[in-house]
Design a protein around this ligand. Structure first.
Ligand SMILES: [Zn+2]
Length: 386
């Protein structure tokens, strides 16, 4: 059996696990753990509190720092309300395309890495190769966020992370983060005829929103000079403002839903500090002068850090050497790469298939892409063995 046919057989098994983000993934994780262990990997599964979801971390090669992480998420997006011409959870072939939910996003990459486990184990590796498979990426990198501290606890210090999201095997060295927040304003209700006796939650939400938009303008001036993002700077969007009942009632509650897409880590810190100081020195004192119970709280709905392009990026250098791809791009979609970068690793996104097919009905992966991915992974094993 060639590596490609072996990869396709594993992919068929993976597609048959309907690991939509809201559903369990433990069976698929157990299946992958068995295959990796059979190949000689040391594997650990990390279950979440429900026991229905798990992350997997496996290692082939020496127990030392400086390893290479091959990372993929096990979950897929739902197929509800999508018009599929085949069963999305049964791998089918259409010419040179492999069709099924998750083929390109991103079980194809995962299958290729698992197929490589035996060839990797056959080498005498001088640096370890790690397999890192997570749950709930599509719903905000939930699994990766819980796995990162576990890896830190165990003292793992890999130096490179390859995240196999579909990039048609191009090298992606940067993407923005995505952070969503809901800010809630608690004021004091009252009759509209005497506004000063109440604390108008909507009015304070508007002040806050105004400050947010001022800061959004300031963020434009903070864009890195050579930024390749579009737009080049960290953006802020106010998506929803809700509050109040009627013309003549002072609203006691208001809610603001907003997001920030940072191009660099420092921008998030900047925005947080500026907003906190505005709340502490301006808004809250004025609100509490009327009602001591007035409050402003911000709930984090999701925070996915970006992948910041770096001048020196060992992951980029390695993948460029393996694929012959001389350029690296930035993309508008999110991945888990930023989490690895925050751990101190250099990271790139590079995987088979196109993001154009991800999340769509009749999602597919070109067989040639899978073959290119195997060539890259094979070279990666050799580079770790030299
Ligand atoms: Zn994905």
């Amino acid at each position: 059996m060639t590596l490609l046919t072996r990869t396709e057989a594993i992919l068929a098994d993976l597609i048959a696990f309907p690991t939509v983000s809201i559903d369990p993934n433990v069976e698929m994780m157990a299946y992958m753990a068995t295959l990796l262990e059979d190949a000689g990997a040391r594997v650990e599964l990390f279950h979440d509190a429900t026991g229905k979801k798990a992350n997997l971390f496996g290692t082939i090669g020496p127990d030392c720092e400086g390893g290479i992480v091959l990372s993929g998420h096990s979950d897929v997006v739902p197929v509800t309300d999508q018009d599929w011409s085949t069963d999305p959870f049964a791998l089918s072939e259409r010419g040179d395309f492999l069709m099924g939910r998750g083929t390109c996003d991103m079980k194809g990459f995962i299958a290729a890495t698992i197929a490589m486990a035996k060839p990797y184990a056959a080498h005498t590796l001088r640096r370890p190769i790690h397999f890192c498979f997570t749950h709930d990426e599509e719903t905000g990198c939930v699994g990766a966020k819980s796995l990162v501290p576990e890896l830190q606890k165990r003292g793992y210090k890999p130096s490179i992370a390859i995240i196999g999201e579909p990039t048609e095997m191009r090298i992606i060295e940067g993407h923005k983060g995505c952070c969503e927040y809901t800010t809630r304003f608690t004021g004091l209700e009252g009759h509209g005829s005497n506004p000063d006796r109440g604390v108008n939650a909507v009015a304070y939400a508007v002040k806050y929103a105004t400050r947010l938009m001022e800061l959004a303008e300031e963020l434009k001036t903070r864009a890195p000079r050579d930024s390749r993002f579009d737009p080049a700077w960290t953006t802020v969007n106010i998506g929803r403002l809700h509050g109040g009942h009627a013309h003549n009632v002072i609203p006691g509650k208001a809610e603001l839903e907003w997001e920030m897409r940072p191009v660099q880590y420092g921008d998030g810190e900047f925005l947080r500090e500026m907003l906190e100081s505005y709340i502490e020195t301006d808004l809250l004192p004025a609100m509490r002068a009327v009602s001591p119970r007035a409050d402003i709280t911000t709930q984090i709905i999701g925070e996915v850090v970006g992948l910041e392009p770096m001048e020196v990026n060992m992951a980029r250098t390695l993948i460029a050497a393996l694929t012959g791809c001389e350029t690296a791009d930035v993309v508008p979609f999110n991945t888990e790469a930023g989490l690895f970068q925050q751990l101190g690793m250099s990271a790139v996104v590079c995987g088979p298939g196109s993001i154009a097919q991800a999340h769509k009905p009749d999602e597919y992966l070109a067989r040639a892409q899978l073959a290119d991915c195997l060539t890259m992974l094979d070279g990666l094993g050799q580079s770790c063995a030299e």
